[in-house]
Design a protein around this ligand. Sequence first.
Ligand code: DQA
Length: 146
Amino acid sequence: MNILVLHGPNLNLLGTREPDVYGRDTLGGINEAITTLAAELGISVTCFQSNSEGELIDRIHTAASTCDGIVINPAAYTHTSVAIRDALSAVALPVVEVHLSNIHRREEFRTRSFIAPVAVGQISGFGPDSYLLGLRAVFNQIKKGL
Ligand code: DQA
């Protein structure tokens, strides 16, 4: 099983970006934890971050023929990107949307996700654990053949 983990814009700044909201873990540290869990589950993961909507979409397209599922933190594109939603819908892989912060207890504009309707589910508010819970969730979905 091969899972694509996508990180959206500004997540490369984790560690120093608004630590009161996003914590002090770096993206490198989060990717390490994801890779460790993947090894425990006996699966492969590819982690990719981009600040560009087009690059994220290109990776989603490639995943159609190379991956079994996607974990995505679309970051600010969550609230704006019909294009990422359409790409996820087009490839028809199981998708879990994750967020470090709880987007439902922040500004009103963050409560709206364009991605949620094409995802199996959303995990929001558990810091780096959101990614690990998301990886387990997509793994279980695929195992169940959903
Ligand atoms: C985020 C929440 C988004 O609203 C924000 O734009 C981000 C990060 C999160 O992980 O909590 O960049 O996706």
